[in-house]
Design a protein around this ligand. Sequence first.
Ligand code: UDP
Length: 329
Amino acid sequence: MAAPSKPVSVVTGGAGFLGSHLTDRLLAEGHKVIAIDNLITGNLANIEHLAGNEDYRFVKHNVSDFIFLPEEKLDYVFHFASPASPIDYLELPIPTLKVGALGTHNTLGLAKAKGAAFLLASTSECYGDPLVHPQTEDYWGNVNPIGPRGVYDEAKRFAEAMTMAYHRYHGMDTKIVRIFNTYGPRMRLRDGRVVPAFIGEALTGQPITVFGDGSQTRSFCYVSDLIDGIFRLSQSDFHEPVNIGNPREMTIKQFAEEIQRIIGPDSEIVYKPLPVDDPKVRQPDITRARKVLGWEPKVEFEEGIMKTIEYFRGCVERGMLGERVEVTK
Ligand code: UDP
């Protein structure tokens, strides 16, 4: 008897931080993976270890444009393509809006045409600067639609609405994960997010730049935990949004002091103005993920941050500073 054929998954944003880790997990679970990325913020270095893997194919394409794949049938479409750091989406406002809106429409259309289940990478930014703390999935959020972060927040909120419309109207099997701050190897050193920023500054002997007074909070999840939650969600039959993140909350000042203690006791902490609409608090309520997926994070902050520092140390040594390619639209 022929061996059962492997499930085929599409991962958009497949050369990005999360997309590449998700790809590795899917391959380990016995899937074939087709990764699509336009490499605006993704990086081929994140997928170079997959060269020659016969279960893997890379397609360089912008999913905001129509997606053609020759396969008649696909099993899963994971839509992870998007600029995801505040600096990136401030510098790429229109591509960010387009990939959340048109890219979500195209990937839902692809999933529908090929009979695939669909999973949307959404975000805690849907909650904006939250007035409910910690954030539960039934909180509708406090988002400024016309502020500089609105291009990301509203695109993802639109993406969630579009996903639920395909679920309700077309009866499609869809999932939505709301991803909270995640860190780990393969983030771009210069993507502007606080984890690579502080580690990069400390490793290169520059001052650690805290925005505002550092009293704003975030809760950091190590990437392997996040990917495990997402994989479990993909295998579930739950269609409402699910928060995945680590509830261990700290102030940004505390985080800067941790990095200073571990990497550079001599490095100075300096303060710069707080970006517009920067959320004051953020912590996932993961009751739903615990109940529906039997999931909770396992990696301690100390362990995850040491692995991440080692990765960035290697990047600094090899001169891989994580510049983004220039785009014109
Ligand atoms: N932040 C900072 N210094 C930096 C980068 C970020 O103090 O060099 C702060 C930022 O203002 C925010 C928090 O760290 O309060 C997390 O920022 P990040 O860009 O990682 O993502 P966000 O959680 O805001 O989406």
